[in-house]
Design a protein around this ligand. Structure first.
Ligand code: SF4
Length: 245
């Protein structure tokens, strides 16, 4: 399996050390077996490629004010390329939108070393190993939560969290509630463009604004549930909340 780590990330030494630890994790037996089976068997279109087949760490700008939170790597996307949202349709949608809104250096995302850099943005997921049917169990979600929390601790500038899909939205609410955020009860229902302030006043580090978005999965993009215009509105909103800087 591939031994190198992402080079495009402008990571602090602490994030780089965390990344090294994450990629060794074997806490979830079902996911370890699945990620490695997929990496061995491969999809025919990628038969000549070496799959990553390990946990996929978050990546991007250590000084990011925007944190994008997804569900988990795709079996033949992040689990193949080793970089979150890279090498699959969901990732193409995501990075095109981030590029249009100035958070990415280019619209294409195919593999590590493709020149993509994130600007003021960090992309990660609630679960770091590709799950069968894109469905991690609650135990797997809980197992992986400390990795995400450690990442959040090392991203002190985050002001806005964009949660892609209901899983990421619920996960973010759970995490920031445990961190003492003022999460309304009952929790606001997940819907595209719903905003939940996790603190008082303007979005701030430690008390960011949570913005919900439909996940750019093919299930949503092929059916028109999520259009590019609707996806762009999420990141326009982020820009407004962060100010023009
Ligand atoms: S999903 Fe997370 S906790 Fe489970 S094995 Fe992968 S990295 Fe470890």
């Amino acid at each position: 399996m591939i031994e190198t780590l992402p080079m495009e990330s402008a990571l602090t030494p602490a994030l780089r050390a965390l990344e090294r630890e994450v990629t060794k994790c074997r806490r979830c037996p079902r996911l370890v077996a699945w990620r490695e089976q997929v990496a061995r068997e491969k999809r025919r279109a990628f038969a000549d490629e070496e799959y990553w087949g390990r946990p996929v760490p978050g990546w991007g700008d250590s000084a990011a004010r925007l944190l994008v939170l997804g569900l988990a790597p795709a079996a033949h996307g992040g689990n193949r390329t080793g970089r979150a949202f890279t090498g699959d349709e969901s990732g193409r949608w995501l990075y095109r939108a981030l590029w249009r809104s100035g958070f990415a250096s280019q619209p294409e995302s195919e593999r590590k070393g493709d020149g993509l850099a994130l600007v003021d943005c960090f992309v990660t997921a609630g679960v770091r190993c590709a799950p069968p049917d894109n469905r991690p169990t609650p135990v797997e979600r809980a197992n992986c939560r400390p990795w995400l929390e450690a990442e959040i601790d090392l991203l002190p500038e985050v002001r806005v969290v964009v949660a892609l899909g209901g899983f990421a939205y619920d996960h973010a609410l759970r995490i920031w509630r445990a961190r003492g955020a003022a999460v309304p009860t009952p929790k606001p229902r997940f819907a595209h463009e719903v905003e939940v302030p996790l603190g008082q006043g303007a979005p701030a580090a430690g008390a960011p604004l949570l913005v919900a978005s439909y996940h750019p999965s093919q299930q949503n993009t092929f059916t028109g549930v999520l259009t590019e215009a609707a996806f762009d509105r999420v990141f326009e909103k982020v820009r407004q909340r962060l100010g023009s800087g």
